[in-house]
Write a protein that binds this ligand. Structure first.
Ligand code: GLU
Length: 513
C-alpha cells in the first residue's frame, strides 16, 4: 500500500508549533518513503471556527517549506479537502446510515439537563465509571433504552438528537499497535459512546476523520499524543465500519522548558518566546502574538529545531536541511517521552544558519537594518561586506547586525558610563589627543598595522595598552565590548576614528573627570 499521510488541523486558531511539528513529521515520513502528504481542513466544529485560521495554517506551512501535494488549494483526486464541503456531499450521512442500520450506532435524545443530571448522579454515587457508555446508557433517553415506536415518534417530531457509537456491552479488550508506543490494550468499559453526529447534523472529529482517512486512502495516522486516549474508540469505529485501520503513530507532547506540563501560548507570552510560526492577530480580541518569522528566525532553522523535538538522527549531527531530514527520518528515532522545548536552543539553531550564510546573502538584511535606523549615508558593498565579516558570527539574528553593530555605520551618541567612570583618568586625554592626530595619518586598512601603531604610541607615552584599550573602544563605538577592535579601526579608517575621538573628548563624561 503506498504511503499516504495527512495533516488535518482544525481552523480554530493559529497553528501552534506542536501542530507544525505534526505536519513536519508527516511530511518527512512521506518524503522519506516516496509517499504523498496531504492537507485536510477539519472544520466541522462550527462553534470553534475562527476566521482567518485556515489561511494562517496554509501560510505557515508554506513558510516552513512544507508543501502539501493535495490540499483545499491544490485539489487532488480525493477531494474536497475541507470537511464542511464533504459534509455537503453527503459523505458522512451515507456512512453513518450503515452504522445505524447495522446497530453499531444509535440515536440519543438527551437534553443538556439530562446529561448534567447523569453527571451529578454518577458523581454523587462516586461511580468509577463517569461516562456515557455501555454501563450507563440504558438509563438515558436513547434508541437503545426506548421502544422503536418511541424513537420514531421522537424523530418524527424533530426532537434534537445526536448519534452515538455503541460500545460493546461486554467489557472486551481493545488492542492496537502504535509505531512509537508499541502494543496498547484498553477495555471497552473505559470508553464512552462517542458522539459521531452532533445535533447540528455535523459529524464530530471522531467520526469524520475516520471516514475521510478511509476514503483518502491514508496509510498512517500521524498525530499528537493528545489523541492517544481516543484511539481505542477509533478502533471500534473502524471495526464497525468494516474497514482496515491505517497504522497509528502518536507523537510525543511538547513540554515547557522546565519539563512541567504541556507547552502553551501562555508559556511563550510569559517567558518571551514565540510558540506560533507566524504572527497571529486574534480576530476577536485583536490581541497580537509574535511568530518565529517576525522574530527573525529563518524557516530552515525553525524546521531544524522542530525536527529535534521528539526525533534525533542517532548521531551527533544537528544541522539538517529539509532534504537531509527527509533522508534520515524514521519513527525508530522518535521517542515516547514528551519533548522539552528549549528556547535557547531555538536561538542557537538560528545562529548556526546565520553563521553559515555567505556575506553577500546578508547584504539585503544590512540595507534593511540601516533603513530602519534611518541611516541614509551610502556605504559601498565592500564596506558592508567587511562589516558583515566582523558582525555575523557575533549575533544570532540578521537584524541584530545593524542593531548591535550600529557603531560601524554611525558615530556613537552615548558612551558606556560605567566603563568611563571606572577607567578614565585625566592624563589619558593627552594620550588620546596624540593618538587622534596620529590616526589621521594612517591610511591602511591593515588591522595589524593599526594594532602596532596603537601599541607603539602606548610605549612612547609610557602607558600600558591594557589601560587604554577598552577606553579606545568606548570612545569610537560607545560600547565596552563588540567586534574585534583593530579590524574595526581598520574598517572605519583614520579620518573617521580621529573625528570620533575628538567628538568623544568633548563629551561631558570625558571632560568632568
Ligand atoms: N483535527 C484534529 C486536530 O486538530 C486532527 C487530529 C488528527 O490528526 O487525527 O488536532
Amino acid at each position: 500500500m503506498p504511503v499516504r499521510v495527512r495533516f488535518a488541523p482544525s481552523p480554530t486558531g493559529p497553528l501552534h508549533m506542536g501542530g507544525v511539528r505534526t505536519a513536519l513529521f508527516n511530511y518527512l515520513f512521506a518524503k522519506h518513503t516516496g509517499g504523498t502528504f496531504l492537507l485536510r481542513i477539519e472544520d466541522t466544529d462550527q462553534n470553534r471556527f475562527v476566521p482567518g485560521a485556515e489561511d494562517y495554517i496554509m501560510e505557515s506551512l508554506r513558510w516552513c517549506g512544507i508543501e502539501p501535494f493535495e490540499s483545499p488549494a491544490a485539489g487532488g483526486p480525493y477531494g474536497p479537502y475541507r470537511q464542511s464541503e464533504r459534509k455537503e456531499l453527503g459523505i458522512y450521512a451515507s456512512e453513518i446510515k450503515k452504522l445505524l442500520d447495522g446497530g453499531m450506532a444509535y440515536y440519543a435524545f438527551d437534553t443538556a439537563e439530562d446529561l448534567e443530571q447523569m453527571r451529578k448522579k454518577l458523581e454523587q454515587e462516586k461511580s468509577s465509571n463517569q461516562q456515557y457508555n455501555a454501563l450507563t446508557r440504558m438509563e438515558m433517553k436513547n434508541s437503545l433504552s426506548l421502544s422503536r415506536e418511541e424513537t420514531y415518534s421522537l424523530l418524527e417530531k424533530q426532537t434534537p438528537y445526536v448519534i452515538r457509537l455503541k460500545t460493546p456491552e461486554e467489557n472486551t479488550p481493545i488492542r492496537f499497535h502504535d509505531l512509537i508506543r508499541g502494543d496498547v490494550e484498553v477495555f471497552s468499559h473505559q470508553i464512552d459512546d462517542k458522539v459521531l453526529i452532533k445535533s447540528d447534523g455535523m459529524p464530530t472529529y471522531h467520526f469524520a476523520h475516520i471516514v475521510d482517512d478511509y476514503l483518502m486512502k491514508i496509510s498512517h495516522i500521524i498525530r499528537g499524543e493528545e489523541w492517544l486516549p481516543s484511539a481505542p474508540a477509533h478502533v471500534l469505529i473502524w471495526k464497525a465500519l468494516g474497514w482496515e485501520m491505517p497504522a497509528l503513530v502518536h507523537l510525543p507532547l511538547l513540554l515547557r522548558p522546565d519539563g512541567n506540563g504541556k507547552l502553551s501560548k501562555r508559556d511563550g507570552d510569559r517567558l518571551g518566546f514565540p510558540v506560533f510560526p507566524l504572527e497571529w492577530k486574534d480576530p476577536f480580541s485583536g490581541e497580537v502574538s509574535t511568530g518565529y518569522r517576525e522574530k527573525g528566525y529563518y524557516p530552515e532553522a525553525f524546521v531544524n529545531m522542530l525536527a529535534f523535538l521528539g526525533w534525533n538522527p542517532g548521531t551527533e549531527q544537528e544541522i539538517f536541511s529539509m532534504e537531509e531530514l527527509a533522508a534520515h527520518f524514521s519513527f525508530d528515532h522518535v521517542h515516547k517521552a514528551g519533548a522539552k522545548f528549549d528556547p535557547e536552543k531555538a536561538v542557537w539553531f538560528n545562529a548556526k544558519y546565520l553563521h553559515s550564510r555567505e556575506p553577500e546573502a546578508l547584504l539585503p538584511a544590512i540595507h534593511k537594518g540601516l533603513a530602519e535606523q534611518n541611516i541614509s549615508r551610502p556605504f559601498s558593498d565592500e564596506y558592508l561586506l567587511k562589516s558583515i565579516a566582523l558582525l555575523r558570527d557575533r549575533v544570532h539574528f540578521e537584524h541584530e547586525m545593524t542593531q548591535k553593530g550600529i557603531y560601524l555605520f554611525q558615530s556613537p551618541v552615548k558612551y558606556d558610563e560605567a566603563i568611563i567612570s571606572k577607567r578614565w583618568k585625566t592624563e589619558y586625554r593627552v594620550f588620546f589627543e596624540v593618538w587622534s592626530e596620529q590616526c589621521k595619518t594612517i591610511s591602511t586598512a591593515d588591522a595589524q598595522h593599526w594594532e602596532s601603531a596603537f601599541k607603539n604610541q602606548c610605549q612612547g607615552l609610557r602607558i600600558k595598552p591594557g589601560e587604554v584599550l577598552q577606553l579606545f573602544r568606548v570612545l569610537i563605538s560607545g560600547e565596552s565590548s563588540g567586534v574585534d577592535l583593530f579590524p574595526m579601526a581598520a574598517l572605519l579608517g583614520g579620518q573617521e576614528i580621529s573625528a570620533r575621538i575628538e567628538k568623544a573628548l568633548s563629551h561631558p563624561l570625558m571632560k568632568e573627570v
